[in-house]
Design a protein around this ligand. Structure first.
Ligand SMILES: [Zn+2]
Length: 308
């Protein structure tokens, strides 16, 4: 958390994505057109028959510097980023919680940073742009207790952003969150959310279509979520990986933000092996928006193949 907290001073970088400008004469919409207009703030897609939406919260601009980056060898990171065609001085980590409609439930996986870490606090606006009022969210699934995942649970006035939602978090992560709230400066957030929290056992089925998947290493109860509908399947990987370049191409590098470094390495390697073996569709909450894609083998390692 201290490292994450240090990001608060990081430069604010907005993704300069502009909406498409359709030609004036092409006004015929297909019968299945979504009710809402295209927006740079959300991306609607399907998982089997389930409706899902990537919701832009903001962007963390992480300097590739020894006291800022979780990857200690900044020169090696520079080499990997440059080879991937990415800027080498700053590592961009997008933040995009995931909305899933599961039967009558409106499920939000993670809540963004609430403006922490230099981010833009766009989640609620993105949610509304997608046609969902925050009061309609019924279930919030938390991957882990870091500020860029729980920060959006409350607004600037300290009140609950999603007042009608239960908050689901793994039992060990809830204990970790309570124990670390004072150190993280999140006592008020903890007090506000506590009446809503329903912890679950690691690996539990948390909604009819969503199962928690323990992904060890980042925090004591860190949890991914696997969403299944028919033959559709998506794995939300939380912070098992942060960078779509470094975490995927160099999974063996120690991540200084992991509480258990060795477990973090093993989790990344396991995700890459399973992901490629099963051609598993992946959702990276910190990967470039909208975070959808698959891992692919290349040479002796792996690369991220975004869905669009
Ligand atoms: Zn994170």
């Amino acid at each position: 958390m201290n490292v994450h907290a240090s990001l608060a001073a990081a430069a604010l970088i907005l993704a300069s994505i502009t909406a498409c400008s359709p030609e004036a004469n092409k006004t015929v919409e297909p019968a299945s057109a979504p009710a809402t207009a295209p927006s740079p703030d959300f991306h609607a897609f399907r998982i089997g028959t389930l409706e899902a939406t990537a919701l832009r919260d903001g962007m963390i601009a992480l300097p590739n510097a020894a006291d800022e980056s979780p990857w200690a060898d900044t020169a090696a990171a520079r080499t990997v980023l440059t080879a991937a065609g990415q800027p080498a001085d700053v590592i961009h980590l997008s933040v995009q919680p995931l909305l899933v409609r599961d039967g009558g439930r409106v499920v939000l996986i993670d809540t963004g940073a609430g403006g922490r870490m230099g981010t833009q606090n766009r989640l609620v606006g993105s949610l509304r742009a997608a046609g969902v009022d925050p009061t309609l969210v019924t279930d919030i699934l938390i991957s882990h207790a870091h500020g860029d995942h729980v920060g959006g649970l409350v607004g600037a006035d300290g009140s609950l952003t999603f007042p009608n939602a239960v908050v689901r978090i793994s039992e060990p992560e809830w204990e970790y969150m309570k124990a670390g709230a004072a150190r993280a400066g999140e006592v008020a957030l903890l007090a506000a959310v506590t009446p809503k929290v329903q912890p679950f056992a690691p690996g539990a089925q948390v909604t009819p279509s969503i199962k928690a998947v323990p992904l060890a290493g980042h925090t004591p109860g860190h949890s991914g979520y696997e969403i299944v509908s028919g033959t559709g399947r998506l794995l939300y990987i939380g912070d098992a990986m942060h960078s779509s370049v470094i975490s995927v191409q160099r999974p063996e590098w120690i991540n200084g933000w992991d509480t258990d470094s060795a477990a973090g390495v093993a989790t990344r390697q396991g995700l890459l092996e399973r992901g490629t073996a099963d051609s598993l569709r992946i959702y990276g909450v910190h990967f470039p928006f909208p975070g959808l894609g698959r891992f692919e083998r290349r040479d002796d390692g792996f690369v991220w193949a975004p869905e669009r």
